[in-house]
Design a binder for this molecule. Structure first.
Ligand SMILES: Nc1nc2c(ncn2[C@@H]2O[C@H](COP(=O)(O)OP(=O)(O)OP(=O)(O)O)[C@@H](O)[C@H]2O)c(=O)[nH]1
Ligand SMILES: [Mg+2]
Length: 422
């Protein structure tokens, strides 16, 4: 059996949390000025996707699962830094695109073997108390908590990267051909729509490899949703060569041929241009000469027209030779398109600081503000005064005043409340 084909997976990925910093003091019995020596926490691991040629499907990933990288460890006394958490590397096939579920933005594409994409960053480690020593406070008794790892809902979408795409009406014998040309074992049956997901197979010869993709059958008006529709054609967007397979034993082979050409055109005229080879299948069922007549009827054909019997394996050597030749010339013709398709990771912008008057209080939001509040123990008065100072430094004062906040008013950040002292 061909491996199950999964072309879209929704996942939640989470970077590891940073380790907490440490509060500790040097222990030198005769030194009254023994200073703070709490080390920093380690960084949390990142979640990374890596394209691996040997992986062909997304079926090893469970829908809607949560995948988390390792947390960083706490810092220790004597300035000891906590260990960093291990990254979590998720293997995906080449041809994978990754989107942020929230806004459907492309986070990046993995097109080449070995290429990686970071999808969630680990949190940074919290600083140890040593870092908070200042002229005001020589012996700080607080540390910073580790940053929470980034969490993201992502959608991983697979566009197969095959060298050759096989298209045709249902029952033309596409899967039979794939099975006889490559290592794949797709389901073959004498009724339409046996193939409902694309099948991939690899043809290997003299250290050369050609990947073939057998697609579900196309029918008249597939572009309007008839049959299985045309959305699976996106899997051959990047295919170099199209092999159009026609059942020559059909009563109307020329019409059959035209229907598929029209559907390809309707999907994407550029894709139709890629048709390089028209293959008449099932010649075991017709008189010799039928292929020539057909070729004349469809002239000018977009490429060579050859007759085969996939089932009887007639002319498959000739077909192989043609495929190697066409695939190689398609590769050399390839413009730099695939390279200009940017492998961008767009950094998400930090949410700016906002002050919203709400009843008797002022609500504060923004990444920098929430982070400061989350990363310290606000029941510790030293930590609290540090946070207050930092909030003033990042310009909160002005924003609050502008919004009408006066000393004595209540300011709320997350579920914490503060009195504004001016
Ligand atoms: N006589 C003959 N029958 C063939 C040949 N190739 C395929 N068939 C038969 O045609 C039928 C359809 O073959 P499939 O390979 O499943 O066709 P398909 O194009 O993949 O069909 P869908 O997946 O439904 O689109 C099966 O009964 C095959 O045994 C051939 O060369 N000669
Ligand atoms: Mg099939």
């Amino acid at each position: 059996m061909a491996r199950p084909f999964v072309d879209e997976v929704l996942l939640t990925v989470r970077g590891g949390d940073g380790g907490d910093g440490c509060t500790s003091f040097e222990r030198e019995p005769h030194n009254s000025k023994a200073g703070p020596d709490g080390g920093d926490g380690g960084t949390g691991g990142d979640v990374i996707l890596q394209a691996v040629e040997q992986v062909n499907t997304l079926s090893h990933l469970n829908q809607k699962s949560l995948l988390t990288a390792e947390d960083g460890s706490r810092g220790g006394s004597n300035r000891k830094r906590g260990a960093s958490g291990d990254d979590l590397t998720i293997k995906v096939p080449t041809g994978t695109s990754v989107y942020n579920q929230k806004n459907n933005k492309l986070l990046g594409e993995l097109l080449e073997d070995g290429q990686t994409l970071k999808v969630a960053s680990g949190g940074s480690g919290g600083r140890g108390n040593r870092c908070f020593r200042s002229s005001r406070n020589q012996a700080p008794r607080f540390h910073e908590f580790g940053e929470t790892g980034e969490e993201k809902d992502i959608r991983i979408e697979l566009k197969l990267i095959a060298d050759v795409g096989i298209v045709g009406l249902p029952n033309a014998g596409k899967s039979t051909l794939l099975a006889h040309l490559t290592n794949a074992h797709p389901r073959v049956a004498g009724h339409p729509f046996t193939t409902i997901n694309p099948n991939l197979g690899v043809l290997e010869e003299d250290f050369r490899r050609l990947t073939l993709c057998d697609l579900p059958g196309l029918v008249n008006d597939a572009h309007k949703g008839a049959g299985l529709g045309i959305q699976f054609l996106r899997h051959i967007d990047r295919t170099g060569v199209l092999l159009h397979l026609v059942d020559i034993s059909s009563r109307t082979p020329v019409d059959d041929y035209r229907v598929v050409r029209e559907e390809l055109q309707a999907y994407n005229p550029q894709l139709a241009e890629k048709t390089a080879l028209v293959v008449c299948n099932k010649i075991d069922l017709v008189d010799s000469g039928e292929v020539e007549i057909f070729a004349e009827d469809i002239a000018p054909a977009p490429g060579p027209v050859i007759g085969i019997s996939a089932q009887e394996r007639t002319n498959l050597d000739l077909l192989r030779q043609q495929l190697w030749k066409l695939a190689e010339s398609a590769k050399t013709d390839e413009t730099d398109d695939s390279k200009t398709e940017e492998k961008v990771v767009r950094l998400e912008q930090q949410e700016p600081i906002k002050v919203i008057p709400h009843g008797d209080r002022y609500l504060l939001s923004g990444d920098r503000v929430s982070e400061l509040v989350q990363r310290f123990d606000l029941n510790n008065h030293e930590a609290l005064s540090y946070v207050r100072r930092r909030l003033l430094e990042i310009g909160l004062h002005k924003k609050l005043e502008k919004a009408g906040c006066r000393p004595g008013d209540t300011v709320q950040i997350g579920n914490r409340e503060f009195e504004y002292t001016g």
